[in-house]
Design a protein around this ligand. Structure first.
Ligand SMILES: [Ca+2]
Ligand SMILES: [Ca+2]
Ligand SMILES: [Ca+2]
Length: 434
């Protein structure tokens, strides 16, 4: 949910390294043998498993969530705030009934005088358990079970509450995209999710949470807003906090066919409204990478990328077009109008961003020769003003200088007044540091 700056934010580097390190630990945690045999159950798991089989019989097999934080068939968590942990076990009946039931179930177990005992059991609607999460919407634990059904693109979420040996379903929905965040900064989670409306023919974004002021209320849909009809799949949500009550939400989405867009929403105390952002469309091809909204210049405001063909490429086919990438922010001082801040060229591998200086805008285009990108005056003489090459070795020819590790520049365009000074070049060229 936090902004993810890509370029020249050195303080982020350590965090990225830490994330990579931790995920590396997760990936390599365990000997090769553990990949060949099912993990051995711990003492507690064995006790829970035996108690489960007393209730269900032996014709079951354990089911492991495919993703998320809790990957075990056994999840231990204090579900009811009564200090000891309860256990949830996911399993499948080996011989499910013939009524189309997948046989996927979850069993809740609690401890009595130190012994585990099965308390209640319920079917899980789906053929695969994607993840299990725990939410705090209002001071009580809600259990979120995300399932998928083969050949259905949307997943399902079921929110359950365990109390006094009983489980009730608080809420269920299908969704294509979901994120958890405390949108209104009251210390409790909200769920932001996107789901497709078959009747209307487009997707909606919704905020699910507990209405404020009530005593431990049930989570409910607090706000709904329609999304643009071309939103076919949301890729990423980035949040820009404006103040205690308000945030801008940048939804990056795919339209299909290598075309992408951003829709900006405003969340005010968990109420969503649209912020006008028509035209924030972009494409990716072999010259321009897939781009997302991000705080490109580190000023605390998120910018959304939009692509335009450089001069001379307007009538080419999409795979032949070289794009400038324009970055837009939502001007909250000015009725949330979407305002262009930068025109850039982003290298195909994301190695650098070149900020096109104002005095070049509308007069300069780009040419690509092998690994070399050249900025060229768009007139009859086609004077090369600047060339940049992503390479570990200096390219052939004169005038090349190492700009930073893996980036060479040739800024020897002669005496033309449009040629950049070395200082201008330093300000315009931003190299990815990770
Ligand atoms: Ca408990
Ligand atoms: Ca909240
Ligand atoms: Ca910014």
């Amino acid at each position: 949910m936090k902004k993810r700056p890509l370029f020249k934010l050195k303080r982020i580097t350590g965090v990225w390294a830490a994330v990579c390190f931790l995920s590396g630990c997760t990936v390599f945690d365990g000997s090769p043998e553990s990949l060949l045999f099912p993990p051995k159950l711990t003492e507690t798991q064995t006790a829970v498993y035996n108690a489960l089989k007393l209730s269900t019989g032996d014709h079951i097999e354990l089911v492991y969530p495919a993703g998320g934080e809790y990957r075990s068939a056994f999840v231990l968590y204090d579900l009811d705030g009564e200090k000891t942990e309860e256990a949830i076990v996911f399993y499948r009946e080996k011989n499910p009934s013939e009524n189309g039931d997948s046989g996927l179930r979850m069993n809740f177990l609690d401890q009595e005088d130190g012994a585990w005992i099965s308390v209640t059991d319920r079917p899980v609607a789906g053929t695969k358990i994607e993840s299990v999460s725990f939410y705090d919407f209002s001071g009580e634990v809600s259990i979120g079970v995300v399932c998928s059904v083969l050949a259905q693109s949307e997943k399902s979420l079921s929110l359950l509450k365990y109390s006094g040996g009983q489980v009730e379903e608080q809420f269920k929905t299908s969704f294509s995209f979901m994120e958890t965040d405390d949108l209104d900064n009251d210390g409790f989670d909200e769920l932001f999710y996107v789901s497709y409306d078959n009747v209307m023919g487009y997707s909606h974004a919704r905020v699910l949470g507990a209405a404020s002021g009530e005593n431990a209320p049930v989570p409910e849909v607090l706000s709904t807003v329609p999304l643009y009809p071309d939103v076919s799949s949301v890729q990423r949500l980035s949040r820009q906090k404006l103040n205690e009550n308000e945030s801008l939400l940048f939804l990056d989405y795919a339209k299909g066919d290598n075309a992408f867009g951003t829709q900006i929403l405003l969340s005010y105390k968990n109420n969503l409204t649209q912020v006008l952002s028509d035209g924030l469309g972009r494409r990716s091809n072999s010259f321009t990478p897939l781009l997302f909204s991000t705080d490109i210049d580190g000023d605390g405001r998120i910018e959304a990328p939009s692509t335009t063909a450089f001069l001379g490429y307007e009538n080419r086919t999409v795979p032949e077009q070289i794009y400038s990438v324009e970055w837009y922010y939502a001007d909250t001082e000015n009725n949330n109008t979407v305002t262009r801040k930068f025109i850039t060229y982003v290298s195909s591998g994301g190695e650098y961003i070149f900020y096109v200086p104002v005095r070049w805008q509308g007069l300069v285009t780009v040419e690509k020769n092998g690994d070399i990108i050249s900025f060229v005056k768009y007139d009859s003489e086609s004077l090369v003003l600047l060339s940049i090459c992503v390479s570990d070795l200096s390219p052939e020819g004169t005038g090349w200088k190492k700009f930073s590790e893996g980036i060479y520049v040739n800024n020897s365009g002669g005496s033309d007044p449009m040629v950049l000074t070395d200082d201008e070049l330093k300000n315009c060229l931003s190299v990815k540091t990770t």
